[in-house]
Write a protein that binds this ligand. Sequence first.
Ligand SMILES: [Cu+2]
Length: 368
Amino acid sequence: MNRKWIALSWLSIALAVAVAAFWFQQDGGRARAATERFGPKDAQVTIEDGNVKVVHLTSSRFMWQFRTDQAPVEVWGYNNQIPGPTLRFKAGDRVRIYYKNELAEASSVHWHGLVVPNSMDGVAPLTQPPVMPGETFVYEFIIPNTPGTFMYHAHMNDMEQVSMGLSGAFIVDPRDGGTGRYTQDRIVLLNNIQGHYLINGKEFPDVDPWLVKTGDLIRVRMINISPIEAHPMHFHGHFTKEIARDGTSLPDGASGARVENTVLVAPGQTVDVEVRMNAPGKGAWIFHCHVLSHVMGPNPKSLNIAEANGGMVIPVVYTDSANIADLKKLLGDAIASIQPKAGVAPAPAAGVDARPLRADRVLARSIR
Ligand SMILES: [Cu+2]
C-alpha cells in the first residue's frame, strides 16, 4: 500500500487526537454528570392528553456537510439533521409521532426492532397507506418493556431513501430511568450515505472525539443502518464486553456476554457493549471500523486528504493523561513532515477546500 497515504492517514488521526486534547484544555473545569449522553441531538418531546409523549418528525431534502472541508451535498433526512433526531423514551411510555412528509415522493417510517401493532409498523403500502408528499401520518403506540438500542428509518423505496439519509437512533430507557453504572452513554450510528462512511452523520476528522478518564465505564450503542455494509468495529487498547444485541440484553457469565475487541455490526443490527477505560499508559487511542476502505476512502492512492470519503474513526483521549503537551507537539511535527507535494495530488472537486493542511485551520474547524 502507498506509504505516503498510510502516513497521511495516521497524520489525520494524530490531528484529531491533538484537536481533542486542545478542546479538552478549553473545557477543563466543567463538571461531569453521573452519566453523560453523547451522540445525535435528541428529539424535542412534548406532552398531549396528560401523559402521551409527542414528537414531530419531518422528512425533507436539504444540504449537509459530512466534513467541513467538503462541499455540501443534498441528503434526505428527518428534521434537517443527519442522522435524524434521537427518539428517547422509557419502557411503557405511550408515544405519538407526527410524521410529515416533505419529500418529493411517498414514504413511511418503520420503528426497527420495536414490536408494535401491525398498523404502526410503517411498511407502506402493506401496513398503512403511503404518506404522500405534503401529508402527515400519526403513529401512536406503547413502547414495549424492552429497554435497549433500536433505530428508525424510511420504509418505502428503501434502497434510495435510506441511502440518502432517512434514519435515526431509537433508545428505550428503563422505566425507573436508571442509567446503571455507566459514566458515559454513547450512540455510535454507523452509516453510508452516498459513499460517505459516517459515524453520527460525520466523517473523520469531524467525528466527535471521546474524552475519557481512567476508570470510566462507557456504554456504547452501535447501530448499523448502512444499506449494504457490515462494520467490524475495532477498539485499540481495550476489550469491549457485549451486553445486548438488537435491544435484547445478553446473559452475563462465562457462557453469556462475549469479550472481544472487534465487534461485527451487520446492517440493521444494533450491538451494545461496555468498555472500561483502563488502557496501559492512558494516552490517545482509536476506535474504528476495520474495513479499511471505510477508514481510508475509495481513492487510497490520492494524497489529497480532502478527496477521501472514509471516516469511521473515533479518537479516544484520556484527559487525565500526562502527555497532553506531547500530543500537541505531535500535531505540529506531523503537519510539518507530511504535506501533499505539488503536482502529485489529483485536482480537487469544485468547491472543495484542498489547501495544504495547517494546524490552525484544523483546530478552527474542529472546535465548534
Ligand atoms: Cu465499516
